[in-house]
Ligand binder design. Structure first.
Ligand code: GLY
Length: 369
């Protein structure tokens, strides 16, 4: 098992990464589950796959799980599900000192974390991420949110978990597509600031996706360690360091909006293509060698992720895609900061990008580059 500390001043916690952690849940949560009843929020798919393991672990130590099983999917991150979940926690007499368990992917972690942030002005929660994306990104760092009619993650709070248990066995129950989508966020750490890790992904990504256990542990632990360093330095995204984690997300978000946040393009797939676009846009501006940008595109295509905008069949122009970016929550006094690259492993925040230039670039990409 790998143990990664997240050193946030006053609220440090650990991310533990290993196979079988859900079965050993109570041991890892020692001292935190102070009552017999344990509130646990999950979705129907994850409950089907992991409900029994968690139920057995809790009951085996004299606890009684109180399950709240939500519908699987992004629509669960709504005001309605949040209100119902908060009321359910209150009806279950959750106190500030109690810990709520979030068992699932990013949707469950984000919704549960936000509910924990606002119930009685804040109680504790423990992240039990079951998707690769949640293990390497969303469960770490305390960003919690729901979606609003105007866009994704527009309502939320920074609220750190007290513990994250990333059980690598959960990755075995993901579909290949979901696993690959999460892998995009692994590669992101290499592209942001760790060229050696991108080279590692080039050499080992395919085998890791195919199921090699030690490569999976390395990929998850290395990604979490990178994120932990960033979050410890810039918890609330005020200095610009944490904003680098948005590499590919501004382009990706526009693609998700254009495809209706549907299964047509999963978040991780949109981020992979978004990172290719960020790399090519950086090359177009003369910041990064064209060959490096094409290396990024090739890596994603070779690992089964989208690397070409022209193959999506979007039927819109660059201006329409750029228009989605206006609703981005990172808009700052009329400008949208973009994470660009000066090379693989050298991301930076550029606050001087005109959306007209982005639209013209996207027109080129839609036409096949
Ligand atoms: N997923 C981006 C962040 O946690 O800042």
């Amino acid at each position: 098992m790998a143990v990664i500390p997240v050193d946030i001043a006053g609220r440090p916690y650990e991310v533990r990464v290993g196979a079988g952690l859900l079965a050993e849940l109570v041991e890892h949560c020692r001292g935190r589950l102070r009552k017999r009843h344990v509130p646990i929020i999950t979705d129907a798919n994850v409950h089907r796959a992991w409900g029994e393991v968690v139920e057995t672990a809790l009951r085996g130590s004299g606890h009684e799980p109180h399950w709240r099983i939500l519908p699987a999917g992004e629509t669960t991150k709504s005001w309605e599900e949040l209100a119902a979940t908060v009321n359910w926690l209150l009806a279950n007499e959750v106190e500030r000192g109690d810990h709520i368990l979030a068992l699932g992917g990013g949707v469950i972690g984000d919704l549960t974390g936000f509910a924990a942030a606002i119930v009685k002005r804040g109680c504790h929660f423990i992240q039990l991420p079951t998707s690769l994306l949640a293990q390497v990104d969303s469960s770490v760092g305390g960003k919690t949110a729901i979606n609003a009619p105007m866009g994704k993650n527009l309502v939320g709070a920074f609220h750190q978990p007290s513990l994250v248990l990333a059980d690598l066995a959960a990755l075995d129950t993901l579909s290949e597509r979901e696993l690959r989508a999460g892998y995009a966020e692994v590669v992101k750490y290499g592209l942001i600031g760790d060229p050696d890790f991108f080279a590692w992904c080039d050499a080992n990504g395919a085998a890791m996706l195919a199921g090699d256990a030690s490569l999976r542990e390395y990929a998850v632990a290395h990604s979490v360690a990178h994120k932990a360093r960033i979050v410890a330095e810039d918890e609330r995204e005020t200095t610009g360091t944490r904003a680098l984690l948005n590499l590919g997300h501004t382009f990706g978000h526009a693609l998700e909006a254009e495809t209706g946040f549907s299964d047509r393009l999963l978040h991780g797939e949109a981020v992979a293509l978004g990172m290719v676009l960020a790399a090519r846009f950086s090359a177009r501006r003369g910041l990064m060698p064209r060959a490096s940008a094409e290396h990024v595109a090739r890596h994603f295509s070779e690992t089964g992720l989208p690397g070409e905008l022209s193959t999506l069949g979007l039927g819109c122009d660059g201006k329409a895609l750029a228009a989605h970016m206006l609703h981005d929550k990172k808009m700052d006094a009329g400008t949208l900061p973009f994470v660009l690259m000066k090379g693989i492993g050298h991301a930076f925040l550029d606050r001087d990008v005109a959306l007209d230039e982005v639209a013209a670039f996207l027109d080129e990409q839609l036409a096949g580059g």
